[in-house]
Design a protein around this ligand. Structure first.
Ligand code: SF4
Ligand code: SF4
Length: 198
């Protein structure tokens, strides 16, 4: 997990392709640096429900205090929305994140990548290694194998099975799931809070 909310985040085996190779080589962005688990991205109820539906209710999540560094990383992801971030993630309260082992690997990471189907993965995982700020799409991770191999954003998106519209859509859903308000430039998405596959 790299970059901003140091995100156990990703995509492994959106594959076959670069993410599957990455998982074999390095554990990929689905591995946190031990000791920095508090920087993992937060999970919404709808995201956890989807995972429970697929993988059962077995210890996939842990409660994590909203540390100052966690909130600071969220500030970097959502510049100009610091006030809202502090309402959603006040210090001395908690959020849920993906459980990780002593080596930092996500509990849902298997030998060949993520054990979840793509549609059940957290939004952040499905977006990584890209992010959006307004309508601008940018790359989050310097250590991502897909980023290293791709020559240009279009090829990068292609290699992780994303498109610009899909990334915008996913980012909009993530915002709503995490409790952030819609923005004018966002695609018109709704979050059905039942366990739907979007
Ligand atoms: S290539 Fe990038 S997005 Fe894919 S698993 Fe590796 S770090 Fe994650
Ligand atoms: S849920 Fe899957 S894609 Fe997300 S960090 Fe865990 S193993 Fe990686």
């Amino acid at each position: 997990m790299e970059a901003a909310v140091r995100t156990a985040m990703s995509t492994v085996s959106r594959s076959p392709g670069v993410c599957a190779r990455c998982a074999v080589l390095s554990g990929s962005c689905c591995t946190l640096v031990p000791g920095q688990e508090d920087l993992c991205f937060p999970l919404s109820d709808v995201e956890m429900d989807r995972i429970r539906d697929i993988a059962g209710a077995r210890g996939w999540f842990v409660q994590e205090p909203n540390s100052a560094s966690f909130v600071h990383h969220l500030d970097r992801l959502f510049p100009g929305e610091e006030e809202q971030i502090r309402i959603l993630f006040p210090l001395r309260r908690h959020h849920f994140r993906l459980a990780t082992g002593p080596d930092g690997r996500c509990a849902l990471l298997g030998e060949n990548g993520c054990t979840l189907p793509v549609e059940a993965r957290p939004y952040y995982c499905r977006l990584f290694p890209v992010w959006l700020s307004g309508e601008k799409l940018f790359v989050l991770a310097g250590q991502c194998l897909a980023v290293k191999e791709a020559t240009g954003t279009a090829r990068l998106l292609d290699s992780v099975n994303l498109s610009r519209p899909a990334a915008r859509d996913m980012h909009a859903r993530l915002r709503l799931a995490w409790g952030l308000p819609p923005r004018p430039e966002m695609p018109n998405v709704t979050l059905r809070l039942q366990r739907n596959p979007q």
